[in-house]
Write a protein that binds this ligand. Sequence first.
Ligand SMILES: Nc1nc2c(c(=O)[nH]1)N[C@H]1C(S)=C(S)[C@@H](COP(=O)(O)OP(=O)(O)OC[C@H]3O[C@@H](n4cnc5c(N)ncnc54)[C@H](O)[C@@H]3O)O[C@H]1N2
Ligand code: MOO
Ligand SMILES: [Mg+2]
Length: 417
Amino acid sequence: MGSLRFGRRAVTLEEAQRQVLQQAQLMKTEEVPLEEAFGRRLAQDMTAHEPVPHFRRSGVDGYAVRAVDTTSAAADAPIRMEVTEMIPCGSVPTKAIEPGQASRIMTGAVVPEGADAVIMLEMTDRAEDAKDGTVGIRKAMKAGENITPIGQEVSPGAPLLERGCIIGPGEAAILATFGFHRVPVFQQPKVAIFSTGSELLPVDSPLAPGKIRGSNSYMLACQVKGAGGLPQMMPILPDEAEVVEKQLLAALEWADIVITTGGVSVGDKDVLVDLFERWDGTLLFNKVSMRPGSPTSCGMWHGKPLFALSGNPGASYVGFELLVRPFMKASLGANHPLLPEAEAFLDVDYSKGSAYPRYVRGTSRIEGGMVKVRPAGLDKSSIMVSIKDADCLICIPSGGRGAAQGEKVRIMWLSEN
Ligand SMILES: Nc1nc2c(c(=O)[nH]1)N[C@H]1C(S)=C(S)[C@@H](COP(=O)(O)OP(=O)(O)OC[C@H]3O[C@@H](n4cnc5c(N)ncnc54)[C@H](O)[C@@H]3O)O[C@H]1N2
Ligand code: MOO
Ligand SMILES: [Mg+2]
């Protein structure tokens, strides 16, 4: 049994996160069509090169007029104006508005020169009813009314999007508006996911005595995908250090990140510990003062990170959220790679003390404008079934007493990206 198995020095979670983030390098960039960029992270800041709108735009269907011509207009005293033309969306007015004139105009169309207000159709007499080509204006207009000035929404040179942002609906609309039909995005990290353990069966296997179906790879692949990576589920690894070394080295040839689960504690068969005894990589840490996932280890091997997560499903899930996701987010240019934090109130007593801070999978609800949280299920690192109910991690400080119902606690929001 090697020296790394026992007497490990635990680093705090914050220290582990700092070390992991220090290793993160920005992914290379690529250009993809806008419609393929949804959910990806933008690889450069975007700035407006045009104003929006780029012409004076009518906000209503009606008539473009000079406000000064309408000062004495009223519902019972319409002013008749000569209608010069009809301006639909997408075309350009051909006539400037002179005193006493109006142009029929549609929402989104270009307001003609000379006009400084657009009166809604409902405030006019139907021009069609007048045989003389005039329209009755029944309301006094103010200058600027119902006209969006050039650049009101965005002026040229204004910042539009920051590098690292996720391209969602709002971002897609901005990119389309400004004609970015090819978008610079960060390449998605390729993540090799290995489960270790001779007890693990493929998911299509019937159960056998002492064996279980491996679920961590599937769970982690989902997490990787949500975090913007390309997961590759690898064959289940046996508890043999030479085989594990060979397989991981092969994966490091093409993967940007390698994740293993299991075999990282103090058991005789905990094969990742054996690997760390014999490899030529650099161990960053092999113990974190947190529950679950205290044996979580991380090292750099051939310039790539190897995250060795605990085998227990709860520990594996939390280890990914607290260490792997931040690394991935940082590699993809996110400004805030760590899980966002908030304050919440405990809905129930949590009496389990711990030598290490706990990151309890929690379910939140809003009551009276306050966030209330409770453990998503039985809080044991071996419990898998409640992971689906967690929307946050409840941070319980170390110490013997846990935390009482009603107590204010720090939480970290879990999200899909
Ligand atoms: N004497 C001690 N025993 C343990 C300690 C300790 O400090 N001293 N630490 C405990 C803690 S904490 C954890 S967490 C686990 C960590 O175990 P490993 O990371 O070595 O994981 P395994 O031993 O391989 O498996 C643990 C558990 O998880 C199941 N497992 C593993 N892989 C999968 C998978 N892909 N899908 C589903 N379930 C999986 C495995 O069957 C075991 O039941 O060690 C404690 N023990
Ligand atoms: O610290 Mo272990 O990873 O929870 O049971
Ligand atoms: Mg073990």
